[in-house]
Design a protein around this ligand. Structure first.
Ligand code: RB5
Length: 148
């Protein structure tokens, strides 16, 4: 798996806290030419974030070139849940684009977690774009990622 290509699929899922941000980011991703799949939830009814993290994790088991975007109130519940799956490298990123860049370049993150209650839509779009367009550097990071 190398750099994200526009042909690779994005899998979006969220709990009730993330519906609005998910919708905005999906629209943005589609406008940039990515294939984006919405795995729910799409109502304000309270749901449990581990259920949605699991749905995305299972998609990424089938499609190892895919990228997941998981949104909850803080991003933390989604990241803890997603990282229970050995093939997932989920990173919570905020508006600091350097973190989003390093999550990909050094950690080869395949899931971006966002906290809808802690990031505005504009910065979240930038974070998503940075995450998607940054390639894994490999090299000295290859062994470290293998050891995860
Ligand atoms: C839901 O209220 C909230 O707990 C959830 O979205 C998330 O922030 C958990 O990590």
């Amino acid at each position: 798996m190398s750099n994200m290509s526009l042909k690779d699929t994005l899998y979006f899922a969220n709990d009730h806290a993330g519906v609005e941000l998910k919708t905005a980011l999906m629209t943005h991703a589609l406008s940039l030419g990515y294939e984006a799949i919405d795995l729910g939830t799409n109502t304000q009814d309270s749901v449990d974030y581990p259920d949605y993290a699991r749905i995305v994790a299972l998609k990424l088991k089938e499609n190892q070139n895919g990228i997941g975007i998981l949104i909850c109130g803080t991003g933390i519940g989604m990241s803890i849940s997603a990282n229970r799956h050995p093939w997932i490298r989920a990173a919570v990123c905020g508006k600091n684009l350097k973190i989003a860049k390093l999550a990909r370049a050094h950690n080869h993150a395949n899931v971006l977690c966002l906290g809808a209650r802690f990031i505005e839509t504009g910065p979240a779009k930038k974070t998503l774009e940075t995450f998607l367009t940054t390639p894994f550097e490999g090299g000295r990071h290859e062994n470290r990622v293998k050891k995860l």
